[in-house]
Every structure is written in C-alpha cells, then in structure tokens.
Design a protein around this ligand. Structure first.
Ligand SMILES: O=C(CO)[C@@H](O)[C@H](O)[C@H](O)[C@H](O)COP(=O)(O)O
Ligand SMILES: [Zn+2]
Length: 194
C-alpha cells in the first residue's frame, strides 16, 4: 500500500499548527514569559515540577530529562521532577485517595512557592492537572500550562499563571507544538544560565 499522501498530509497539518503559533504574538509572548519565569526560578534556587497524562506524561519526563541531564551542551544539572514516574506513589494515591489527586498530593509533599509547576494537557480538562493547578494557586506556586483545544476548565477557571493554548482541536497536533515549546524553553534556560 502507498501511504505517501496520508504521510504528507500529517506533516502539512503539523506544520500548519506550528505556523499558527508562530503567527500568534500572544502565544509567543507567553512562551517568552514562561522562559523568563523558569530562568528566574532557577536563579533563585527553585525547582520545576512537571505532569501530564498519556503522551503528555511522556513529554513531562522528556523535558525533565533535558533539564536534569543536558540539552544542547554540558553544564550543571538543573532540578526538574516529573510527577509521572513513581508507580508506587501513583498507585498509592490513586488507590487510597483518588486518581484526580495523583499530582496534587505530590506537590503537597515537595513543592514550595519558590518552584514552578508545568502542567501539560491538550484539553485543559484532565482532573489531576486541574487539581494540581488549584493547589498551586492556593499556595502561591506559579504554573505554566501547555494547553490546547478551547483551553477547557483550566482556561475557564483561569487556573494557570501562564496558560498557553495551542490553536488546534487535534490532540497529537497540540502535543507536537507542546514539544517545540518545551524544547525552546529548555534551550533558553540553558543559554541564559550557562
Ligand atoms: O498521546 C496521546 C494522544 O496523542 C494520548 O495518550 C493522550 O495523551 C491521552 O489520551 C491523555 O489522557 C489526554 O489527556 P489530556 O491531553 O486531555 O490532558
Ligand atoms: Zn500521542
């Protein structure tokens, strides 16, 4: 079978969403603000916590890896913790409390108002991200949301300090732009700090 037209179309659609971001000054400024927030957080000794579900859990881990290990060049390790990786903690909280609290409870354990929480969701509706953001707001922990579609509950309830909504209704297309943003933030953090 020949899938070439389908393959080309997938790339075209991916590029279109990225172009929409490139031509949206509001989103570009939000990414700029997020970069400055991360730089300031590290300069003051803070840490970054990240979370998401499914593919966005993988993105959270991917970006934590860039910061803790290295991105473009070797430099001091930066503290970044993905809240998606410890199955004992995740199953205990899910089992003993509720799946909606798997990230909030970990923030309660580890985060301070000097840190930043990055919540990754394509719908803005995932309850465990919503609960984590509500808690962050409550304790004065700043947050960056990689969001999409109509921004969901997170946009309606204004839960993120910086709420970046990718203008697409398609989950994978949104995730692809989230990754460009995440990589760009890692690059800026590394460039400014080292
Ligand atoms: O990677 C994908 C789809 O590309 C899926 O695993 C996707 O991340 C999952 O369905 C998530 O549960 C969706 O959650 P969210 O983006 O709405 O917060
Ligand atoms: Zn996916």
């Amino acid at each position: 079978m020949n899938h070439l037209d389908y393959i080309k179309n997938e790339f075209i659609e991916s590029v279109k969403v990225k172009e929409a971001v490139l031509n949206n000054p509001k989103i570009l400024n939000q990414i700029n603000d997020a970069a400055n927030l991360l730089v300031e957080t590290y300069q003051k000794g803070g840490r970054i916590f990240l979370a998401g579900n499914g593919g966005s859990a993988a993105d959270a881990q991917h970006l934590a890896g860039e910061l803790v290990s290295k991105f473009y060049f070797d430099r001091k390790a930066l503290s970044a913790i993905a809240l998606t990786t410890d199955t004992s903690i995740l199953t205990a909280i899910g089992n003993d409390f509720d799946y909606n609290y798997i990230f909030k409870r970990q923030l309660e354990a580890h985060a301070t108002p000097h840190d930043v929480f990055i919540g990754i969701t394509t719908s803005g509706n995932s309850k465990n991200i919503v609960e984590a953001l509500k808690y962050a707001k409550e304790i004065g922990l700043k947050s960056v949301v990689f969001n999409g579609k109509d921004g969901g509950i997170i946009s309606k309830e204004n839960l993120g300090t910086i709420n970046i909504v990718i203008p697409s209704p398609i989950t994978p297309r949104i995730q692809e732009s989230h990754l460009v943003i995440g990589h760009t933030l890692c690059a800026i953090v590394e460039k400014v700090l080292f």
